[in-house]
Design a protein around this ligand. Structure first.
Ligand code: 5GP
Ligand code: ZN
Length: 113
């Protein structure tokens, strides 16, 4: 998708601080971090949200989730962390390319806003 920000990032056309990558998945630091560790994990292939990805390519969905664990290990979040994916307007999704936020490095409160 040429007009998708995260497709553009996945194609290497916008520079990001990469934490982990393989042929299917890219993990990079959020531009506006909400915790000491705030990494976004995306599939290189475009899906609007987690529901679409899980329906169309469940194996890829599992690989993206596995990459969140890889990120947590690389960031040494042994005290715990949070994995969040926002869906749609009420979910607060601002970028319509599925992504998982990996947040950690401080105690996180609940419930979210
Ligand atoms: P959402 O609100 O869709 O769940 O999350 C989108 C995230 O993407 C936000 O946390 C936002 O800070 C991050 N973001 C938006 N534009 C960029 C960018 O150009 N580079 C990086 N690294 N993160 C971005
Ligand atoms: Zn995209």
């Amino acid at each position: 998708m040429s007009d998708c920000l995260f497709c553009t990032i996945a194609a290497g056309e916008i520079s990001v601080d990469v934490v982990y990558e393989d042929d299917k998945v890219l993990a990079f630091r959020d531009i506006d971090p909400q915790a000491p560790t705030h990494v976004l994990v995306i599939p290189r292939e475009h899906f609007d949200n987690v529901s679409e990805m899980t329906r169309d390519n469940p194996l890829l969905a599992a690989e993206v989730l596995a990459a969140t664990t890889e990120v947590a290990q690389l960031e040494t979040l042994e005290r715990g962390y949070r994995v969040v994916t926002n869906v749609g307007t009420d979910g607060g999704q601002s970028v319509r390319h599925v992504h998982f936020h990996v947040l950690g490095g401080r105690g996180l409160t609940w419930p979210p806003g």
